[in-house]
Design a protein around this ligand. Structure first.
Ligand SMILES: C[S@@+](CC[C@H](N)C(=O)[O-])C[C@H]1O[C@@H](n2cnc3c(N)ncnc32)[C@H](O)[C@@H]1O
Length: 209
């Protein structure tokens, strides 16, 4: 595998030297899109929030700022992402407001109905089976809890489709595809948005009560 391909494959699960470089680009590289995504969250006051596929942990930090009373759990299956997310949120970890866990969203070692809010930025492309992973997300959400997905690909833009050919196991989804799986896995009241000039999308759903 040539270096270019190897490097971009680090977006799926950062590992080794190239993974460290990739993770260091994620926080600044995704900030603008993530902030657009955050603007779609309803006014809520979650006690327990989580960011799945947290990468470098910047978005867990944003959740901590947005919801000063919340405890935030950041989860990623990459050891390198977990280390970076811990470093990024050190103060909040030390004060007991943040926990960073290594885990796979397809099989979380977490109790049912733990979270009021779960976010997932730039990560569902890599989840092993959307239906299984959304069902697992629904399991750990409280009834009425929110799940927000934010992707910089709308599933049809040529750049992202090109990356699908380079990155093993990557799948870009359209809003409609995401909504269909959410409906099947216990979510309702789904609202979606497409950025006016970029292929960015957000999908916000509520776990059925
Ligand atoms: C492109 S990065 C995005 C990171 C971060 N959310 C952001 O927006 O900057 C994708 C992250 O999702 C993680 N990831 C992918 N599949 C996962 C899974 N099944 N369980 C947990 N983490 C996963 C990867 O390890 C990687 O850190």
């Amino acid at each position: 595998m040539e270096v270019f391909t190897k490097f971009f494959n680090q977006t799926r699960k950062p590992e080794g030297f190239l993974g460290k470089i990739m993770v260091s680009t994620m926080n600044p590289g995704h900030a603008q899109m993530a902030d657009w995504g955050f603007s779609h969250l309803p006014i809520i006051d979650p006690a327990e929030a989580a960011d799945f596929g947290c990468g470098g942990g910047r978005n867990a930090g944003e959740l901590l700022k947005m919801y000063p009373k919340a405890h935030v759990t950041a989860i990623d299956y990459s050891e390198i992402s977990v280390a970076k997310a811990k470093d990024q949120n050190k103060k909040a970890i030390d004060t007991g407001r943040c926990t960073v866990l290594q885990g796979d969203v397809s099989n979380l070692q977490l109790p049912d109905a733990k979270f009021d809010l779960i976010t997932a930025f730039e990560t569902i492309y890599f989840w092993p089976g959307l239906e299984k992973c959304f069902a697992e997300t629904a399991r750990v959400l409280k009834p009425g809890g929110y799940f927000m997905i934010c992707n910089e690909s709308d599933g049809t833009d040529p750049t992202s489709l090109k990356f699908e050919k380079i990155i093993d196991g990557m799948k870009n989804y359209t809003i409609q595809e995401i909504e269909t799986v959410l409906m099947k896995t216990g979510f309702s009241q789904i609202t979606s948005d497409h950025h006016p000039s970029k292929p960015w999308i957000t999908v916000l759903a509520k776990k059925r009560s």
